[in-house]
Design a protein around this ligand. Structure first.
Ligand SMILES: [Zn+2]
Length: 530
């Protein structure tokens, strides 16, 4: 059986099946139909919104043997080869690994030659902002007087780093972040096609964790399917993502509404003992408060089908609207401050205590009809909330923890959620010397190594160790010793090997391939490291 990761299998191959970028598709379709083609396109947008996917479809549109068209046939050899990443006149470069001017120059020197097979030679340069200044200059020369047979398709997450001289020669398209509901809808479609059962709530959780990236969503869906073996339930998605069960947050907000700080801290202790991510908890708390605020202002906004409807409405009654606003702010700030807090538990409980300290009614009777303006009381720490921070943190000072080199075990216990958790679980330990840690993720999951996820994982590691560490993640061959279950890993390793082989066969300039092949296997430390 050939298993293909979902993000690859369900990568859209036509403009019609592309989700969420209608404005770009419309403009490109128009240009293709009118045969008004530009020689350089720039696609901007955050990770996983479809930049390189659109680039590939555009490459097909330009080179389809049936003619230039917004609806490439998908059957001719040009279309087929582009889809499988082995079309000789589609040159895909990842600027993150090809920043050197020599490589760029060599690439562009070849540009003067006519295409071998296609109508156009199409250069797709991903993360183009990573090119060095001299590499940009080399490219600029070609952009200034582009040969007829050349098309540039540039993609970037950071357009501000691209020189104006280059920008001004490109037709620019800004890709939007995917909305959670369009991600959820797409995931449901994929599950349907794959004939896998999944609870809608599970898909919502995955869509939320993907933060506007369809690629991340599909990758998380893939993990969730492996993780839940058969039917994808809300509970299994929650467990895999490390997201916090709403019941904890409802209990906390009920305690806040009743002025019962001790009860709120008990819930926090429970969360701590279950190793939940406090960053995710504060985020979910803000989401909950947003829903409560909506219910207070527009009760009809709470859907009858929402399984949490009753609890939301109950909270909406027991909190003042101004309170809800304030707690929402506190949750947001708490999340912002979390990396600076001594540890996640302290950061989280301080946010809760802040809610008690700034409660509008300092005597804590819930649903007080006075509606006392916050302005009057804000800043006056509430008396009689019954808990001091000292009570709150059993063993408040943490002893720095040791690490015996068993990364899969440590990875599972770290308080991270979503993509950062996947990074932890899908990566292998390359080295650790007490001050510095290096991990490695398989090529097929290189998107996990993006900086925001690295930063989150690093923060969690620093919290775990109780001190700063240097931290790096590289991409390359892995030996299969990650935190995933062995069974799951074996299937996936298979897919990744396939993936790598397909990639190597095809796309990128040879110079970018070397490191992957060379680092295929390295012995992992099994014994305690020093
Ligand atoms: Zn075709």
């Amino acid at each position: 059986m050939s298993y293909q990761v979902l993000a690859r299998k369900w990568r859209p191959r036509t403009f019609e099946t592309l989700v969420g970028q209608e404005h770009v598709v419309k403009a490109l379709t128009h240009a293709l139909e009118q045969n008004r083609l530009h020689h350089a396109y720039l696609f901007t947008g955050t990770r996983g919104v479809g930049k390189t996917t659109i680039a590939r479809i555009l490459a097909k549109s330009l080179n389809c043997e049936t003619g230039i068209s917004a609806k490439p046939c998908g059957k001719c050899s040009a279309c087929v080869e582009i889809d499988s990443g082995r079309f000789v006149d589609l040159i895909e470069v990842d600027a993150a690994t090809n920043t050197k001017v020599d490589e760029m120059r060599q690439l562009l020197e070849n540009a003067v030659y006519s295409p071998t097979r296609g109508r156009f030679k199409v250069y797709v340069i991903d993360e183009v902002h990573m090119l060095s200044t001299s590499a940009f200059n080399a490219m600029l020369k070609t952009l200034e007087e582009p040969p007829e047979h050349i098309k540039f398709i540039l993609a970037t997450t950071d357009p501000q780093k691209i020189p104006v001289t280059v920008l001004s020669r490109c037709l620019q398209f800004n890709l939007k972040q995917m909305l959670p509901h369009s991600i959820t809808a797409h995931l449901a479609r994929v599950l349907g096609e794959e004939k896998i059962k999944g609870e809608p709530a599970a898909l919502k959780l995955i869509a939320a964790a993907a933060r506007g990236s369809m690629r991340d969503a599909l990758s998380l869906l893939d993990q969730a399917i492996s993780y839940s073996a058969g039917e994808l339930t809300e509970a299994s998605a929650r467990a895999m993502l490390g997201t916090v069960d709403d019941s904890f947050l409802f209990a906390i907000m009920q305690a806040v509404a009743q002025g019962d700080a001790r009860a709120a801290l008990c819930v926090a202790d429970d969360m701590e003992s279950r190793n939940l991510s406090f960053d995710a908890a504060l985020q979910d708390l803000a989401t909950l408060l947003h829903r409560v605020a909506l219910a207070q202002t527009v009760p009809a906004a709470v859907s009858d089908e929402d399984p949490k409807r009753d609890t939301i409405l109950e909270l909406a009654k027991s909190l003042q609207p101004e309170e809800t606003q304030l707690y929402y702010q506190i949750a947001l700030h708490g999340r912002q401050d979390l990396p600076l807090a001594p540890d996640g538990y302290a950061g989280f409980t301080m946010s809760l205590l802040r809610m008690f300290a700034f409660r509008p009614d300092e005597y804590g009777s819930s649903g007080a009809e006075s509606g006392a303006g916050l302005g009057a009381n804000a800043g006056v720490p509430g008396a009689g909330t019954g808990a001091r921070p000292a009570d709150a943190a059993p063993g408040g000072v943490r002893t720095p923890r040791a690490f015996d080199g068993d990364w899969p075990v440590l990875a599972k216990s770290l308080k991270v959620s979503g993509m950062a958790r996947q990074l932890a679980q899908q990566s292998e330990l390359k080295s650790y010397d007490g001050d510095a840690m290096e991990l490695c993720v398989p090529v097929a999951m290189k998107h996990l190594a993006e900086k925001p996820y690295q930063d989150k994982l690093k923060a969690a590691l620093q919290e775990y160790f109780g001190r700063p560490i240097r931290f790096a993640v590289k991409i390359g061959g892995t030996t299969g010793n990650t935190a995933q279950d062995q069974a799951v890993a074996s299937i996936q390793q298979d897919a990744f090997v396939r993936d790598m082989v397909e990639n190597m066969d095809a796309t990128i300039v040879t110079s970018s391939i070397k490191p992957i092949q060379q680092e295929a296997v390295s012995e992992l430390p099994k014994r305690p490291l020093t």
